[in-house]
Design a binder for this molecule. Sequence first.
Ligand SMILES: N[C@@H](CCC(=O)N[C@@H](CS)C(=O)NCC(=O)O)C(=O)O
Length: 222
Amino acid sequence: MKLELISFKLCPFAQRAIIILNTQKIDFEITYINPMDPPDWFKAISPTGQVPLLKVDDQIVFESSVITEFINDISSTSIHPEDVITKANNRSWIAFSSSIFDDLFGLVTGDEDKFNASKTSLFAKLEKLEKAKGDGTFFNGESFNMIDAALAPIFMRLAWMNEFTDNALSISEFKTLSAWSDAVLAVKEVQTSVIDGIDDVYYSNIEGREGHLSTLLVDEEY
Ligand SMILES: N[C@@H](CCC(=O)N[C@@H](CS)C(=O)NCC(=O)O)C(=O)O
């Protein structure tokens, strides 16, 4: 089975898929496009016009939640918990966490009012995740599971924003979630899920959006 992931370098949804491909040690090729100016061949095969898209031989799988489940399904072992209720619970929290990408978008692009509203919305969700997390290093304990991969792009973007702004979005009030974020970001398969220098690209993206967040940037190294 030949896998080709069609992606965009900063896409957090595609990053979820890459982390699971890395964790499951599945070979794949990656093709980057700019979804704001997609090539014709992409328009011809993408039902939604969005990335990620997974080409499996000549079949198309779309929607990142379906792509990640598909990758796990074709792997020799599952990285979901075995127990069906725990697995359903994890999937619920994965779906819940996907709405956080809207908050991150509001933080990066919004004026001060939008920034503050997005921060309030984000922190209310982080508080719920903090309460939902079980004991141990990762969400379910000591194994890195699908839910940890789902949160990784969120934790990575929050860490960048805090690094660039002198902690404008510090999550230290959430002790459990902060430790979970540190553990997830230390995982090799998470670190290798992005291209070198992507933090610079993210910094430039914040600057270019000219939202309230860009006024809080402090690090001139980027
Ligand atoms: N629900 C989709 C969302 C994917 C998504 O928003 N992708 C962005 C890039 S990160 C995109 O393609 N944006 C261009 C567009 O919406 O036209 C999924 O989970 O796959």
